[in-house]
Design a protein around this ligand. Sequence first.
Ligand code: GDP
Length: 196
Amino acid sequence: ARLRQTQFEISAANLAQCPPEQGVEIAFAGRSNSGKSSALNTLVDHGGLARTSKTPGRTQLINFFRMDDNCKLVDLPGYGYAKVPEKMKLEWQAHMGEYLEQRQCLAGLILVMDVRHPLKDFDRMMLEWSQHQNMPVHILLSKSDKLKRGPAKNSVLGVRKEIKAYGDQVTAQLFSSHNKEGVEQAREVLANWFGF
Ligand code: GDP
């Protein structure tokens, strides 16, 4: 229920612009079009929330949403716009790296991947980074409604097999913003990390 109170707080272009460290943050990352915004909206039950971060000019920013002083959700810029110049990609990586490495209040990372195209280079990079920081990662295999039961199950089992190398810190589930599969399961992970 507390997730419903989430409101947009502020956007930051780099670590220096992030609000002061307070309480616990959970970050959302994913390639663009992975369904990250939809997942965030669905989890907080607030249709327009992550649209805030899609307004032009904000897509490259780190967007903060606060539930209360001690619980924040952070929408990291979507990765992989085909037309983004190499220089911007490098800047993006620098900012992400900086945030993930230095943000003390970051408790965990939700990594959103299209269930039909999991574990791309970007996803593996995020997993490597997180492991380096000893940061738990929960993978949402999004748009699960796009696959039939069998293939969806196979996808999650395949991903679980591949992430075994990272140990218990990395978990994965099916998720759909359309038919709400896995929403409660994902909310439990957030509640756990927030310490509800
Ligand atoms: P983002 O770029 O990662 O933030 O992705 P969006 O949340 O904007 O979603 C990208 C596209 O995928 C949009 O056209 C959404 O309508 C669609 N989409 C997102 N989640 C789902 C889902 O659970 N099921 C289906 N079928 N489509 C989805």
